[in-house]
Write a protein that binds this ligand. Structure first.
Ligand SMILES: [Zn+2]
Length: 297
């Protein structure tokens, strides 16, 4: 290989790839239509969908982080072990998708404690990362990072630094930061791109599914090549599943957002994981923490 070839490989940024492991009936958009108490009676699709994702990642030789609900881990122990055995990180997405800003500190502490016990028991590995349901850590939850640090978490990826109708903390930094300067805990926000002075959501989920692939390619290239920083991308198992049951009573806007382009999502993801370099969030958090120390020194 030529010297310039080696150089370009070394310069290529390793991005963070993540899956928020929840079933089709656990999404924020349907929380007013489907009661938590009814979840156990619904047809679960999460295992078949995660299995498909594991095969996709193996094929592309990428490792990722699976932020999993404690509720799901408790009922899918074999799946949790399989994720860990195939070299991926298993991390926490909280207990049952309650948003952080709907809880007080004590309730939040209980939520993440309970989730972690179930996830660690099921997967047989230590959990060091957390992603808030619906990116719900924001200016209303100043105690959340204290609680995460106290419970020994190394990192969080729980902030969307944009304004959005369901979530967002628009004043937050775009890239990894230490929310409490005296603690090691790192927050790694989901990716945004900049266009005409505005921040655009570009870290996955519905935006990736609904917009043309070229938008995500442009955004991740901007982050990697212009900003020289890693992108943080996420999606959900139900997003690759056109066969999931339809929720009739949900608002039209939620249904449009949830069911659009489920059939082309898997192919888009295959292209994405092949086109860029990806890795686990815990390794990314470690690199970002070292960088923060370098900057502080
Ligand atoms: Zn979620």
């Amino acid at each position: 290989m030529s010297a310039s070839g080696l150089l370009s490989i070394r310069r290529e940024v390793v991005n963070g790839l993540s899956v928020d492991v929840e079933d089709w009936f656990q999404v924020g958009a349907f929380e007013d239509v489907i009661e938590r108490g009814d979840w156990d009676g619904l047809a679960t699709r999460v295992e078949r969908n995660v299995n498909e994702i594991l095969d996709m990642f193996d094929e592309a030789e990428v490792k990722a982080t699976f932020f999993t609900l404690g509720w799901v881990a408790k009922r899918n122990a074999a799946l949790m072990r399989r994720i860990a055995e195939r070299g991926h990180e298993v991390a926490s997405h909280g207990w049952d998708h309650a948003r952080v800003h709907t809880m007080d500190r004590a309730e939040f502490g209980e939520d993440i404690r309970k989730a972690r016990i179930e996830i660690e028991d099921a997967a047989g590995v230590a959990v060091t990362g957390y992603r808030a349901p619906s990116f719900s850590i924001d200016r209303r939850t100043p105690w959340a990072y204290l609680e995460l640090a106290e419970q020994g978490y190394a990192y969080s990826s729980s902030v969307a630094p944009i304004a959005h109708d369901h979530y967002g903390w628009r004043e937050a930094p775009r890239f990894a930061f230490k929310p409490l300067p005296w603690l090691d805990l790192v927050e790694i926000p989901v990716t945004t791109a900049e266009f005409a002075g505005k921040r655009l959501a570009a870290g996955g989920g519905g935006f990736f599914r609904v917009l043309p692939y070229a938008f995500s390619r442009w955004a991740i290239r901007q982050v990697n090549r212009r900003d020289h920083r890693p992108a943080v991308f996420y999606f959900h198992p139900w997003e690759i599943d056109p066969g999931q049951p339809r929720v009739a009573g949900a608002p039209l806007k939620s249904r449009l957002r949830h069911y659009t382009k489920l059939d082309t999502m898997a192919d888009k993801l295959r292209q994405l994981v092949k086109e860029f370099r990806w890795g686990r969030m815990d390794l990314l958090a470690h690199r970002e923490a070292m960088r923060a120390e370098d900057l502080a020194a």
